[in-house]
Design a protein around this ligand. Structure first.
Ligand code: GDP
Ligand code: K
Ligand code: MG
Length: 309
């Protein structure tokens, strides 16, 4: 039987493991990725038909697809389908901390660009709301081009919807769409990226939905290449080097430009979808109401206790 891997990924502490536990129950398998001491945690999607072979994989927390640590490198390799022991992801669930939306969207947009079927689990809605942040879920879904499911994973809120959504995504054939691009690059930069992407597509025949995103990663980040030297044939490495030299000659900062462009795009999305209310400007009568309600309950409880004595 074939296996369908649902990959949970996101920044550290956004609630991935809480969601993983809720989706898989207490029968997760914990081991290591081959050859490294990075924890590999997977389990069957509880309540899913066995013949669908749905496995959920809890990836290590990651800030970006340009790895700064072994944990991030493993996450990147899983997402780029480089580990021979794992099939290509059937579905990516990007867990986003709603109370830290702007920073989390940086990584989320990188992963969306890989072009796999993707869902956003917008977690920690309770924290966002208590900070006075209202997120327009529909507008966020539209900006990202993915479904967005709001959750408070620690209280199980939204988990059944998440499970239903995962099942319906895996049952339907994913539509053939061009992956979204969030970083708006100068034309000459886009052209270099496209050239490397087409070489990647020729060199690695299968599962190259992510070619453009991967090309941008290896072109703009030395660590992204240094951590995958054995993966790329010499002609790809030479093409990247030549492209960097041309960009240098055109005085285009190939390290900084894509980062800046992504931040700009993410900041724009944030501004469009989040309404921040100043909690300390809460009206005086609201505060008075809260105090009075509190006092009334206190008095009732006190009277109740007295009555029992
Ligand atoms: P991970 O690092 O992404 O795996 O995050 P964890 O699942 O370990 O969660 C980090 C912390 O956030 C834990 O203490 C969780 O109980 C808590 N947590 C997870 N989801 C929520 C949520 O929706 N709301 C709140 N308030 N806390 C949450
Ligand atoms: K944690
Ligand atoms: Mg975790």
């Amino acid at each position: 039987a074939s296996e369908n891997y649902v990959i949970l990924t996101g920044n550290p502490n956004c609630g991935k493991t809480t969601i993983f536990n809720a989706l898989t129950g207490l029968r997760a398998k914990v081991g290591n990725y081959a050859g490294v001491t990075v924890e590999r945690k997977e389990g069957r999607l509880m309540g899913s038909p066995p013949e669908m072979g749905i496995k959920v994989l809890d990836l290590p927390g990651t800030y970006s697809l340009s790895p700064q640590s072994l944990d991030e490198q493993v996450s990147r390799d899983v997402l780029l389908h480089r580990l021979p022991q794992l099939p290509a992801p059937a579905l990516i669930v990007i867990v986003v901390d709603a109370s830290n939306l702007q920073r989390n969207l940086y990584y989320a947009t990188q992963v969306i660009e890989l072009g796999y079927p993707t869902l956003i689990a917008l977690n920690m809605i309770d924290v966002a709301e208590s900070n006075g942040h209202q997120i327009d879920i529909q507008a966020l879904a539209k900006s990202l081009g993915t479904a967005v499911i709001p959750l408070v994973a620690s209280s199980g809120n939204g988990i059944p919807e998440m499970r239903d959504r995962i099942l319906s995504c895996l049952r339907s054939k994913p539509p053939k769409t061009t992956p979204r691009q969030f970083a708006d690059l100068p034309a000459s930069f886009s052209k270099e990226t496209a050239d490397i992407a087409s070489q990647l597509a020729i060199t690695f025949h299968e599962h190259r939905t992510q070619a453009t995103a991967e090309a941008l990663l290896i072109l703009s980040n030395e660590k992204a290449i240094a951590s995958s030297l054995e993966h790329y044939p010499a002609h790809i490495l030479q093409a990247v080097e030549a492209a960097r030299q041309r960009l240098d000659a055109a005085q285009i900062d190939w390290r900084g430009v894509p980062i800046e462009a992504r931040y700009t795009s993410v900041a724009k999305i944030y501004q469009e979808v989040v309404t921040e209310t100043q909690l300390d400007q809460e009206s005086f009568s609201d505060k008075l109401d809260a105090i009075l309600t509190h006092k009334v309950w206190g008095t009732l409880i006190f009277l109740g206790i007295m009555a029992l004595m």
